[in-house]
Ligand binder design. Structure first.
Ligand SMILES: Cc1cc2nc3c(=O)[nH]c(=O)nc-3n(C[C@H](O)[C@H](O)[C@H](O)COP(=O)(O)OP(=O)(O)OC[C@H]3O[C@@H](n4cnc5c(N)ncnc54)[C@H](O)[C@@H]3O)c2cc1C
Length: 465
């Protein structure tokens, strides 16, 4: 009788959402192929989840990283189903449809109703008139026969060209703070907001594309989480059979060895037939160095500045005047360092006891990295002062905490698509090596999961073809 073939081994470096998605998808593919695959996830921290980290304190549910995810990737739903969490997906409260921008010394609603929007004062008459002309602005892709976009442009330039400079400054720039904690002038339109660019390409106009979407009855993707917090998902994936997670294992190197790889940890070397690197920047660049110096050098050019997330809770009496809403973003130039504030208890059920108001204020990013370096007392004090100024909370918080991310969100600078192409060209010839995470193809959780799943699928298919 012949020996059964030895199991192949896939090592995933990083137990964040992207790495765990890679592990899950690889196990699905191995099962489909009826093949035996040992899947080992090595995580530097003492728990899985990466930045998807939920903490509990003083009867509050604290999301120190992402507070929700966009339900825009079919594969994410597949993974949720595989974990048996499909009935636990939590949609926001209706009040969370209301969002504000702090500009000109007060909150102004970012309303979907054209009349209410016009009255909000977010744009002046000239800015409104220019915005209304958007469908008439000639598309950059008009007469473009090769489908190419020419030079990449910044998000600010894209918005100014389509919607006018006032809208770019007063609307798009604050919104970008909420997603990238970044500067619209220093982000690539094509990489940071590919959907907007695709809308112009397909319809010649953003308004026309939105109208077409409404006619098709296509609802925009929803914002979701779980009753016990966002970390429920990585924890559930890590508990799936066939995936071995080893925490407290910081990988210090990945190198090629024969037809496979050697993964180095303080506990010793591990041989692997395939590797998925799903560590965040800058660690990912150091690990890629072992297989491609050129790709590592390119990755090091992608900045990921620090952020701090400050949670403060208040009694109902101190916040009764605040309209329930998702929260607000702050336009730059207002003398406020907070990038924005999310009203956690108004957005998702179960974030705190009835009557409590839990605010999550964001600081740092590429526009003000120094703010993220303030000490805890300094950040809490700044939060108190700025919440008083923006939303009139005069009371002392009943709870306050600070979470820090030294390398929070990758910034996709203009030229990012070309950088991605160079990195992929350098890594593609290295069979069995895959780069997951959110450094290249979208910074949000759902994209990181889609990219991770794709890497896991490719890794398994290559092993079992
Ligand atoms: C403050 C903040 C708010 C955010 N809000 C949202 C939001 O509301 N919605 C949204 O969609 N996205 C949000 N994001 C982005 C979201 O957190 C990321 O998309 C997501 O975490 C990316 O997952 P990942 O697995 O690629 O990386 P990470 O979550 O960073 O996980 C990487 C993992 O790799 C591990 N690791 C690193 N180096 C090594 C090593 N050498 N060896 C072993 N393990 C290693 C790390 O410990 C970590 O566990 C937010 C991010 C931040 C910082």
């Amino acid at each position: 009788m012949s020996e059964p073939p030895a199991a192949r081994r896939l090592v995933v470096v990083g137990g964040g959402p992207s790495g765990l998605a890679a592990a899950w998808k690889a196990s699905v593919e191995a099962n489909r192929a009826g093949a035996s695959l040992e899947i080992v996830v090595l995580e530097a921290d003492n728990q899985v989840g990466g930045k998807a980290r939920t903490e509990h304190a003083a009867d509050l549910l604290i999301e120190t990283g992402p507070q929700g995810f966009l339900d825009d990737q079919p594969v994410l739903r597949e993974m949720i189903d595989a974990c048996g969490l499909e009935d636990e997906v939590l949609a926001p409260e209706p009040a969370a449809n209301r969002r504000y921008i702090y500009r000109g010394g007060r909150l102004r609603e970012l309303s979907r109703s054209p009349l209410a929007f016009a009255r909000s004062g977010l744009l002046g008459p000239l800015g409104l008139a220019r915005l209304a002309m958007e469908p008439l602005v000639r598309s950059r892709y008009h007469g473009d026969t090769d489908g190419g976009a020419g030079e990449d442009e910044s998000l600010y330039d894209f918005a100014a060209r389509r919607m006018g400079r006032q809208a770019a400054r007063r609307l798009i720039s604050p919104v970008v703070l909420g997603i990238f904690a970044g500067d619209a002038r220093k982000l690539s339109a094509a990489a940071a907001f590919p959907r907007l660019v695709a809308m112009e390409r397909a319809y010649g106009s953003l308004f026309k594309a939105m109208r077409a979407g409404r006619r098709r009855g296509a609802p925009p993707p929803g914002h979701r989480t779980f009753p016990r917090g966002i970390q429920s998902l990585p924890r559930a994936v890590a508990a799936l059979p066939g995936i071995e997670v080893r925490c407290n294992q910081r990988v210090t190197g990945v190198g090629r060895s024969g037809n496979g790889f050697t993964v180095t940890t303080p506990a010793g070397d591990l041989a692997a037939d395939a590797v998925v690197v799903a560590a965040d920047l800058p660690a990912a660049a150091d690990l890629v160095e072992g297989v491609s110096a050129a790709a590592a050098e390119e990755l090091r050019q992608v900045e990921s500045p620090p952020m701090a997330v400050v949670h403060t809770a208040f009694d109902a009496a101190a916040t009764a005047h605040i309209e329930p809403a998702y929260g607000f973003l702050v336009a730059r130039g207002e003398g406020i360092r907070m990038l924005g504030c999310q009203y956690e208890t108004a957005t998702f059920r179960g974030r705190g006891p009835d009557g409590t108001f839990l605010a999550r204020s964001l600081f740092g990013g590429s526009v003000d990295p120094e703010a993220a370096e303030l000490d805890d007392d300094g950040l809490i004090d700044l939060t108190r002062r700025e919440l008083r100024r923006t939303v009139g909370i005069g009371a002392e918080p009943t709870y306050a905490s600070v979470a820090r991310w030294p390398h929070a969100i990758p910034q996709y600078a203009p030229g990012h698509p070309q950088r991605v192409a160079r990195i992929e060209a350098a890594l593609d010839p290295i069979a069995g090596f895959h780069l997951a995470g959110n450094a290249l193809h979208g910074v949000g959780l759902s994209r990181a999961i889609a990219v991770g799943s794709n890497c896991g699928e490719q890794a398994a298919r290559l092993l079992f073809r």
